[in-house]
Design a protein around this ligand. Structure first.
Ligand code: PMP
Length: 395
């Protein structure tokens, strides 16, 4: 029996760039020790205080259907947080609570793109982006942010790709590059969206992980709130990846449509999860800083190690839990480098090519193992890169 074209095209088939990741996982299952610097998940678990709040809520009966748009309390808290961040008046009617940021990304595209429309996204990109856009029946079209511009997207590249497009998906702090978009970049993106009449979908799930510069939400830029949907999540900021709690923030009319969508898809997020999210957001910036601290520390360790070599160039590591390393001096592709590093040193990193063409010749290192092991792995990676350079020079 045939399934819909729409669903079979989500992955577009073929090579998905995750071979190194799965190979590392198979090695671990077979009993090998592998240092996995691959996916974006904290090495700490959800804080016990958040789990207690979850337990308390569930035991007090918040286990039935919750309000589909989200509880009033959580929507109000997310609205207040956004208003404080952007200065744009925001109420619960601007907020839909979703089962995680991924579901919010899908809902946002569902609200904006008709089948056959083009949804733009910036390459390098988070793995699910093109599939999410194809999932709503739209064409996913990449716009390259170039290594030579430190992976900051440019208005002219967006506008050159904008024929037939209705939306542009951006992500800052960025996965996979670790770059934080500057005020100038965001103004340029906003200008391109206005000139080409595009909706902007701004994925801000890493907004609490900023090491350099400042996180600016494009919702704060003039005349952008009416054409921007912001995607947020508790996953990265509060180490609540498994709780599946995120949101979309946008104009009231769009949120009203998204509530209809939620009624016919997710039917909301469990009440005890939302209560735990309220507790976590209420716990304030110290809790968030504590969750971000290991990545901040490891970034500093990495910068120290990388400063002592000259084969690898670090893409400005301004935010998020990743480092993007330019390994083109070794003469290897990101994929060949990652495969050889896994074979020779049992260290798993993601090839840049897994995140799009713009990141070819790079590798992404997730800073998600404890400090000493992380430093040791990075040192080994640098030594390996240097040995490859000598090797290719000798050829
Ligand atoms: N956006 C980006 C850029 C991500 O890296 C992730 C998760 N890795 C997500 C969205 C989705 O996160 P979640 O669904 O857990 O909120």
């Amino acid at each position: 029996m045939k399934v819909s074209n729409r669903i079979s095209q989500i992955t577009a088939g073929g090579h998905d760039g995750w071979d190194v990741f799965y190979r590392a996982r198979r090695m671990v299952s077979a009993g090998h020790t592998v240092t996995e610097l691959t996916i974006g998940e904290h090495d700490t678990r959800t804080d016990i205080s958040i789990l207690r709040a979850m337990d308390h809520s569930a035991r007090n009966g918040h286990t039935g259907y919750a309000m589909v748009p989200g509880t009033d309390q959580l929507r109000d808290m997310v609205a207040a947080r956004t208003e404080a961040q952007t200065g744009v008046p925001t109420t619960r009617d601007n907020v839909l609570i979703t089962p995680g940021g991924q579901s919010a990304l899908f809902a946002a595209h569902m609200a904006l793109c008709d089948p056959g429309d083009v949804g733009l996204y910036i390459d390098p990109y988070y793995a699910t982006y093109p599939g999410t856009i194809r999932g709503v029946g739209a064409h996913a079209r990449p716009v390259q942010a170039q290594a030579k511009h430190s992976f900051q997207p440019r208005a002219e590249d967006i506008e050159a790709a904008a024929d037939g497009a209705v939306s542009l998906l951006i992500n800052s702090p960025n996965n996979p590059t670790g770059v934080v978009y500057s005020h100038e970049t965001l103004e340029a993106i906003a200008g391109a969206c206005k000139r080409r009449d595009l909706w902007l979908i701004s994925d801000e799930v890493y907004d609490t992980q900023v090491w350099e510069g400042e996180h600016i939400s494009p919702r704060a830029l003039s005349d952008m709130a009416e054409r921007t949907l912001v995607v947020g999540s508790m996953s990265k900021s509060h180490a609540m990846t498994g709780s599946r709690c995120g949101w979309v923030i946008g104009p009231e009319e769009v949120i009203a449509h998204l509530i209809n969508l939620a009624t016919h898809t997710t039917y909301g997020v469990p009440g005890f999860i939302q209560d735990a999210a309220c507790f976590a957001l209420n716990a304030g910036p110290e809790l968030e800083a504590g969750i971000a601290a290991p990545f901040r520390r490891r970034r500093a360790l990495a910068m120290e190690i990388l400063s002592k070599q000259n084969t690898i160039t670090l893409v400005p590591a301004q935010g998020a839990m990743y480092l993007m390393l330019d390994i083109r001096a070794t003469g290897l592709s990101g994929e060949d480098f990652a495969n050889a590093l896994l074979d020779n040193h049992a260290i798993a990193v993601m090839p840049g090519e897994s995140f799009g063409r713009a990141a070819a010749g790079h590798i992404r290192v997730a800073m998600t193992v404890e400090d000493a092991r992380f430093s040791q792995a990075l040192q080994t990676l640098c030594d390996f890169a240097a040995s490859q350079t000598k090797h290719s020079a000798a050829e």
